[in-house]
Write a protein of this length. Sequence first.
Length: 302
Amino acid sequence: MPNAVVMTGYGPPEVLKWAQVPLTEPGQGQIRIKVKAAGISPTDLALRAGYLKDAIPLPPNAVLGYEAAGAVDAVGSGVTGTSIGDAVSALLFSIGGYAEYAIASIWTRKPDTVSWIDAAALPTSAEAAIGVLRQLDVKSGETLLLFGGGGSVGIIATQLAVAQGIKVISAVGEHDEALARELGATPVRYGAGVADRVRALGAVDAVFDAAGQGVLADATALAGGPGRVITLSDPAAADFGVTLSQPTPDRAPGALDETIALLADGRLRLRAHQTTPMQQAAEAHRQLESGNVHERIILTLS
Ligand SMILES: NC(=O)c1ccc[n+]([C@@H]2O[C@H](COP(=O)([O-])OP(=O)(O)OC[C@H]3O[C@@H](n4cnc5c(N)ncnc54)[C@H](OP(=O)(O)O)[C@@H]3O)[C@@H](O)[C@H]2O)c1
């Protein structure tokens, strides 16, 4: 039997155990991947801790991981254009990436010039960035205020928006100011007084909250109401009349194809990341929760 990082219950990182799991066969329209690398996202930490157990209840022995890269190992019925051995990057809406084998319904071919690590770091952030930009329908010449512009989603959203001729004001911490500027945004420091710092730069047409939480009062004030404000994760969204954008297969179809092509051409940068062997997923979660690591962590299998 293959191994996976099994969540033995809700709780601290120690609930994650490297253990044997059954080998699942791909269903209709699915592929099975022999995983080389899997991304850890902030949502994984929230799921494991149990913060989302009402919204996203998990079965016993769930395997976390919304994104992975690897070689196709089995192909389900109805799958065309993908063969065993193909290198792919996959978005796993049904999770399961922290494993030797993962089942995927959404994937794209990995070009040789894209590393396994980058291919595993791309999917959820790219899908969310493209999805929210499409939902906000920001046009060339408009001004987008982005909270969390130094994060995994925010970095991609900045580059895509700038490439579309959108003026991006990026609310970031001190350590991400230079990065935001390099990507073509105008940085403002987040935290107390951010609304005044943004107003000093001019009017805002739309707001993308990729920060997590705590920015919606400023966001709705600056955008003149909630109509063109979207958050990825603030649980207070409904209180502000703001749309909480959820990951669904119809939010950003084609997002993986579009962004992996940009990565392959060197036209897209991802948030800095480091790697950890997948067997040490619990330690990786601990590191991320400690706040001592400013980079993402990608789990690897040799
Ligand atoms: N709904 C969805 O489909 C979906 C998909 C992907 C992600 N998400 C969620 O979206 C959020 C962002 O994801 P991510 O992967 O980009 O996370 P991330 O890489 O951790 O980035 C979050 C960024 O927000 C910054 N930040 C923190 N407080 C802020 C504030 N008050 N104002 C402005 N920026 C602030 C952080 O800066 P510091 O480093 O200075 O703390 C960090 O750069 C997470 O909550 C994640 O769970 C949701």
